[in-house]
Design a protein around this ligand. Structure first.
Ligand code: GDP
Ligand code: MG
Length: 443
């Protein structure tokens, strides 16, 4: 399997001292072969190898890791980023407004099963879902949905096989309105292969009905085909996200690695079995571990990283006591925030730590990552003296810095203000780094 192959490749790497450029290249050639054999799309593999190589060669090896572990770390991180990094939730409308979800996919992919599984998820979130039986080609399909709905304690709306799917969907939505349902999931018909009739039917539904979310269900066992299917559905009907089923089999998840890269659409959930409870949120980091099959090494890497954070936090705590916190530390601190999943995630943790009142003064921009980058640019435009003594930042210095960073002076002012806030905040909260780290690893 891919996992075995990768383990072998990395075992060889670990035996060596420091990695040379040639070592990285040789190892990645083998990784490339292994990924291709695991049915990862060749374009994705090419790009993937390129980014890992770019990062691996010439990068400092973290002190507590061997060069081989360092390559694993980079391979892992690039895999996570390829799969979208973050977990994506299905967007539901608020209150009693009805969210219409259309399930699409080939026959046997797992649409009907997943429809009922999703209904269970929504129900547990306090939603009131209604399932609509829009597969009119197989009477057994309606019965299957009815039985699964019953198991979930969720109502199934059906009009038999003599109405067309558009009329059924319209009637279901009307029924939902009249009876206070707030999610309607349309279970549609699939075909064995991508064909014009199926696409036309789905397009027709989308033309006639305000579908909020089109969710594609694909069978992970079909490997690269799953990716092609996703690309075609996205092109023909437009999809919002993917649910990858049958990951409980021995598939290594090659499809998972490519879907986001090829379609630009996230994987939302993964099917982990036939039981209706076997639907799990998709975590890119868990999937990367699965594909790499190296849980022990990844844990080791996380521990090493945590240790470094701890050391830095301790150092910073000492600086704070001496009121030495400057823009160099701010830069370090930002690096750590990035490692922890962005500034938003840090600030979200604050209310629970008794800082709710201070939150009002802090801005959490939507484009937090972009903001981090601009902030870095501003600090890099400061002289060493300015970074170490922020108090000397007068208007003319700020003006020069703004020009250097290519930003407006108001941004520099805002950063200085933020810096002061952060300084205050950190003084009050020496435990912030420790607490934040707890939210870091989901495994
Ligand atoms: P549909 O034709 O797309 O509606 O597919 P179905 O929902 O009828 O599922 C086809 C088959 O796949 C059924 O036997 C399901 O029990 C099975 N199935 C669906 N999802 C999963 C999964 O995540 N794991 C496993 N092992 N089987 C699944
Ligand atoms: Mg079905």
């Amino acid at each position: 399997s891919l996992s075995d192959k990768l383990q072998n490749i990395f075992k060889n790497l670990r035996g060596k001292g420091r990695l040379t450029e040639a070592d990285v290249k040789t190892a990645l050639k083998e990784v490339k072969m292994a990924l291709l054999e695991a049915d990862v799309n060749f374009k994705v593999v090419k790009q993937f190898i390129k980014s890992v190589e770019e990062r691996a060669i010439g990068q400092d090896v973290m002190q507590s890791l061997t060069p081989g572990q360092m390559v694993i770390k980079i391979v892992n991180e690039e895999m996570v980023s390829l799969m979208g990094s973050e977990t994506t939730e299905i967007a539901l409308k608020s209150g009693n407004e009805i969210t219409v979800i259309m399930m699409a996919g080939l026959q046997g992919a797992g649409k009907t099963t997943t429809t009922a599984k999703l209904a269970g998820k929504f129900k547990s979130k306090g939603r009131k879902p209604l399932l609509a039986a829009c597969d009119i080609y197989r009477p057994a399909a309606i019965e299957q949905l009815r039985i699964n709905g019953e198991k979930q304690g969720v109502e199934v709306f059906s009009m038999g096989t003599n109405n067309n799917p558009v009329d059924i969907a319209k009637a279901a939505i009307q029924h939902a309105k009249n009876n206070n349902f707030n999610v309607v999931i349309l279970d549609t018909a699939g075909r064995l292969h991508v064909d014009e009739d199926m696409m036309a039917e789905l397009q027709h539904i989308k033309q006639e009905i305000a579908v909020d979310q089109t969710i594609l269900v694909v069978d992970s066992m079909t490997g690269q085909d799953a990716v092609n299917v996703a690309a075609t559905f996205n092109e023909k009907i437009g999809i919002d996200g993917v649910i990858l089923t049958k990951l409980d089999g021995d598939t290594r998840g090659g499809a998972a690695l490519s879907i986001k890269a090829v379609t630009g659409k996230p994987i939302l959930y993964v099917g982990m079995g036939e039981k209706l409870s076997d639907l799990e949120q998709f975590y890119p980091d868990r999937m990367a571990s699965r594909i790499l099959g190296m849980g022990d090494v990844l844990t080791l890497i996380e521990k090493a990283e945590a240790q470094i954070d701890e050391e830095q936090a301790k150092k910073m705590g000492e600086k704070l006591k001496k009121a030495e916190f400057d823009f160099n530390d701010f830069l370090d601190y930002m690096g750590q925030i990035k490692n922890m999943g962005g500034i938003g995630s840090i600030l979200n943790m604050l209310p629970g730590m008794g800082l709710g009142g201070q939150m009002k003064n802090m801005t959490v921009p939507d484009d937090a990552e972009d903001n981090l980058r601009r902030t870095e640019a501003i600090i890099y435009s400061m002289t060493a003296k300015e970074r170490a003594n922020p108090d000397i930042l007068n208007p003319s210095r700020k003006n020069r810095i703004a020009k250097g960073a290519g930003v407006d002076i108001s941004e520099v002012n805002r950063l200085v203000k933020q810096f002061d806030q952060m300084k205050k905040m950190m003084k009050q909260m020496p435990g912030i780094m420790k607490g934040a780290k707890k939210g870091r690893f989901r495994l």
